[in-house]
Design a protein around this ligand. Sequence first.
Ligand SMILES: Cc1cc2nc3c(=O)[nH]c(=O)nc-3n(C[C@H](O)[C@H](O)[C@H](O)COP(=O)(O)O)c2cc1C
Length: 370
Amino acid sequence: MSTDSIADQIKFAYWVPNVSGGLVTSTIEQRTDWGYDYNIKLAQTAENNGFEYALSQVRYEASYGAEYQHESTSFSLALLLATQRLKVIAAVHPGLWHPAVLAKLGATADHLSKGRFAINVVSGWFKDEFTHLGEPWLEHDERYRRSGEFLEVIRKIWTEDNVDYRGDFYRIHDFTLKPKPLNTPERPNPELFQGGNSTAARNNAGRFADWYFSNGKDFDGVTEQIDDLRAVAQAHNRSVKFGLNGFIIARDTEKEARDTLREIVEKANRPAVEGFRDAVQQAGNSTGDKKGMWADSTFEDLVQYNDGFKTQLIGTPEQIAERIVAYKRLGVDLILGGFLHFQEEIEYFGEKVLPLVRELEASQTPAAVL
Ligand SMILES: Cc1cc2nc3c(=O)[nH]c(=O)nc-3n(C[C@H](O)[C@H](O)[C@H](O)COP(=O)(O)O)c2cc1C
């Protein structure tokens, strides 16, 4: 198989469980652990099972089932240092970080990891987290205007000398970062991801990011976002890759997978899910066109707090592989997976699902590029 077709393969990331309570707000048994030892072993398992990326979460205080949280950038660095190939994406909030301080941290992390550090810029939904820290909580589209400047400043600092920038949120005067992060054959600087699905998020990703991250979505939901994203990117002579969240329940039989989903939802931690539903009104629902995250989510959807059930990667390895390849045909470049029991299920995914995905991809690749 040529390098071209390897580059064309759909990529896989997993959510780093650096926040307690797992990826579903449910009292169902979860063997996932948010601690350091578990996560180191998990990262090593993931890179040996076909996962190219890991995404850490950022949460500063207890909320809606997430009682304990490890800080995202330091935890990401720990995972990088314990692995060989895995790229680790650290989630960060503009408003709580200065972009140049983060650019500096990113350059060091990139050197320490030999070019495997990346950033996911998240614009926030959790108002208390800002107000408890004495920071202003901006209105939705203003948060995104700040995130746009944040992305722009970081990339400039990573790639240019004597940076000058006059924004509404950030000002940089004749600043030169040394050393710059690594420029590898894979990418010229650490990759920048934009999490968020509103019109403002699509604009930011199209203009400033390398990747756009979507919450869980069905085929129509993905298509609608990809159309918008491509239009913005093309208008700025750019291209942006698309990552899709999905909660994966792969079992030997479809019945087992469906029963697991039913049990997760039946055992939902209701007060936590309801509290989360109220808090996320600050996201997509607070915008004029209501296109953003959680704007149309039901109670059941929110039991996986990034709408991961909507992607419907639930069933046998064959069913899941077919659906992943169908998403790829729509333009999805990466699946971001959440799991109930991360350690066991990432191994199962690597052993049972991934080979089927690769087979399907190979059978659908035009002979010319083989
Ligand atoms: C893949 C992904 C990861 C995210 N991770 C975090 C996170 O770790 N911490 C956080 O506060 N918000 C996180 N968010 C949520 C964003 O902060 C933001 O509230 C959300 O994307 C709403 O955006 P929207 O209004 O543009 O749809 C994430 C979003 C996505 C899509």
